[in-house]
Design a protein around this ligand. Structure first.
Ligand code: GLA
Ligand code: GLA
Length: 656
């Protein structure tokens, strides 16, 4: 949930515009290349670059040796070319001299092994020694570049938690205990919250508590949850320490760090981070698959709501292939622009890539860039320059607010963490995938939806809460009030099961939502791999079923099971409450099945498509005030009638 009132955008003069650029790593290239870079950046329409992210070893070659001359030159060259700098604090990767002198700053893994240098981000967020050295570097940079005319923003570290999200060192143990004392106050409260009477785990001294290191049997789940919460907090606390130095010396320069709202990254609760940054910045990479494009839209959508509806900064994505997947396909023609403009459609006012010039050496030499190995005479560079020109022509979009949809999908990091813990009814459940399936189904029906953090006010006509596993009493109350006021809640299997300590709500599932939904579940019925169940509405369920009874006369059965152990029982229910309703889906239907179920639920909530019937499913609609974005979801051209022809993977932006 963004602190919209605290938002600050880049420090810069002139008319509002959409920014365009990349990570820029000039230290990988001889000096003669730098003026060439600036010339080509101008040709591509670049307005801003992130500099110095991995420059610590160059900037501080030894404990008391500093070398800023090269960065001075780069900053001056950029300014001369009219290009802004999102200047990194350069703390992302500590240099070898530091880790050799102080091996106690290195991460320790769950088995107690040292995570050695050789890659990057091998530091402990809780190490006082690391912090001392890092903050010294931040201070030097802030003092040196405070008044530099190119300095538009500060970029703290890089993707905090990407590699150092969990650390099991003694520093982490001490900080974990400190955090737990603050959270619980007394050991009695901690013992209660962690349920330590189970398996003889009762603590009698804070010093007995350790991070969830490799153990003989399943680890206490509340300890795991709290360690996850703590680890996220520790990174945020580290971020705040850098920010404090930057605020002291450059109070007028906004501070941010790049989030990773993208597939496969779940360790950071970005709803908690959003209030800490002056503007939200995100990195996003596409993972190939049938829902890849929809996932990009989903992540962009969520990022925009983390930003509280304010403009946000796409800090990184790729012009073409990445290098870190098992197979790394190049992007198809049109994809580069479509991906970028989808982020803009969901509120991004800056579109940046990793990275400007493709590396010759290092682990990322096969990762695409704005200026590829092939040089300026390449399809990628032409597409890059075309997009630069297009963004420049879209300056009227800059600063415009997103127009809310009628439907929201709730996203909750803590439910994600907890629902996928081990020792559960199934280890096949995937929180993010279920949420994405609902999004795809809505897109298939031509319905716009907002993806919002669970803490946001519930004000959409329909609120979908997929696998909302953890429902503390306060959230149950909010959901109840939402429905009582006429809202239409839809939730799924394994929702409402536990409280904030991961303790079961007793009396039949889904304890926290049982009365609201007007149902009671005695036992879960997870399905084996390949096992399917037929429903009376013609859909097919996988993964999960429930042994479900309807308990309220106002609960209607929308579909029942036709096969499997639950045959004859309710599978999908809807309880009417005044003008509102609470619906429950007890199995995994996937995008196809959900798009069979949704039309009825949408109609009863008075939600309809804003797209012409022939465009629904083929086109995604996103709206910022003054502009409608029509995004081709397919690899075929789409006829927009009076608005022209949308090429395969094309985006049309229409003033409204
Ligand atoms: C991340 C990092 C970048 C780079 C890219 C490659 O986003 O922040 O430094 O490694 O991944 O995709
Ligand atoms: C073993 C253990 C029990 C319990 C069960 C669960 O039998 O002895 O304590 O963990 O497994 O199946």
């Amino acid at each position: 949930m963004g602190n919209a009132e605290n938002r600050r955008w880049l420090r810069r003069a002139g008319q509002a515009r959409l920014e365009y650029g990349a990570d820029y790593n000039p230290e990988q290239w001889p000096r003669e290349v730098w003026p060439e870079d600036v010339r080509a950046m101008r040709a591509a329409g670049v307005t801003i670059v992130s500099v110095g992210i991995f420059s610590w070893a160059r900037l501080q070659p030894g404990p008391d040796r500093w070398d800023f001359a090269w960065l001075d030159e780069v900053m001056d060259l950029l300014h001369g070319g009219g290009i802004l700098a999102d200047l990194a604090t350069a703390t992302a990767s500590p240099p070898p001299w530091l880790t050799t002198a102080y091996p106690e700053i290195l991460l320790i893994d769950q088995r107690g092994n040292t995570v050695w240098p050789g890659g990057r981000q091998h530091w402990r967020p809780t190490s006082p020694i690391f912090r001392e050295h890092a903050l010294r570097l931040v201070r030097e940079l802030a003092l040196r570049y405070a008044g530099h005319p190119a300095l538009a923003a500060w970029h703290v570290g890089n993707e905090l938690g990407a590699h150092n999200g969990h650390d099991f060192s003694d520093d982490a143990a001490a900080a974990f205990r400190h955090w737990l004392r603050h959270r619980y106050g007394t050991l009695t409260a901690l013992n209660e919250a962690w349920g330590t009477d189970f398996w003889s785990q009762r603590y009698t001294d804070w010093a007995q508590i350790i991070p969830p290191r490799q153990a003989a049997a399943q680890i206490n789940p509340t300890c795991l949850l709290d360690f996850q919460r703590f680890s996220d907090y520790a990174l945020r606390e580290y971020y705040r320490a850098e920010r404090a130095v930057l605020r002291k010396f450059t109070p007028d320069v906004p501070v941010t760090t790049n989030f990773m709202v993208m597939p496969g990254v779940r360790r950071m609760d970005y709803a908690a981070w959003a209030g800490e940054v002056d503007f939200v910045a995100n990195d996003h990479y596409v993972v190939p698959g049938p829902q890849a494009r929809d996932e990009l839209s989903f992540s962009a959508n969520l990022t925009g709501h983390l930003a509280g509806g304010q403009p946000w900064f796409l800090m990184e994505h790729s012009t073409s292939a990445v290098n870190w997947q098992p197979v790394n396909p190049a992007k198809k023609p049109g994809e580069l622009a479509r991906d970028s403009l989808t982020h803009v459609a969901h509120g991004a006012d800056a579109v940046c890539f990793f990275q400007w010039r493709q590396s010759r050496a290092g682990a990322e030499k096969y990762h695409s860039a704005m200026l590829p190995h092939a040089g300026e005479q390449s399809a990628v560079f032409r597409a890059v320059a075309e997009l630069g020109a297009r963004l420049a022509a879209l300056s009227s979009v800059a600063g415009s607010a997103r127009v809310p949809a009628d439907v929201a999908i709730l996203f909750d990091w803590e439910s994600w963490w907890v629902a996928e813990q081990d020792s559960h009814p199934t280890d096949r459940l995937r929180y993010h995938q279920e949420a994405l399936d609902w999004y795809t189904a809505l897109l298939d029906l031509g319905i716009r939806a907002d993806v919002v953090p669970v803490g946001d006010p519930l004000r959409h006509r329909m609120v979908i809460a997929p696998i909302l596993h953890m429902v503390p009493g306060s959230l149950a109350d909010r959901l109840g009030a939402y429905v009582a006021e006429g809202g239409h809640l839809v939730t799924t299997y394994f929702s409402g099961i536990v409280d904030q300590n991961d303790h079961i709500w007793p009396g039949g599932y889904p304890g926290a939502l049982r009365d609201l939904l007007g149902i009671r579940i005695e036992e879960f019925g997870p399905l084996l791999d390949g096992e399917t169940v037929e429903l009376s509405n013609g859909t097919v369920g996988t993964l999960w079923t429930d042994h479900l009874d309807v308990t309220d006369p106002a609960t209607e059965v929308l579909a029942e099971y036709r096969s499997g152990d639950q045959a004859g029982r309710a599978a999908i229910t809807r309880r009417a409450i005044g003008s509102g309703s609470a619906a429950y889906v007890s199995t995994r239907l996937g995008p196809r099945g959900l798009s069979v179920l949704l039309p009825d639920l949408l109609e009863r909530a008075a939600v309809s498509s804003e797209l012409a019937p022939e465009l629904r499913g083929r086109v995604e609609l996103a709206i910022r005030s003054g502009h409608r974005f029509l995004i081709n979801r397919t690899d075929e051209p789409v006829d927009l009638g009076v608005d022209g022809l949308l090429p395969p993977r094309g985006v049309q932006i229409i003033p409204r």
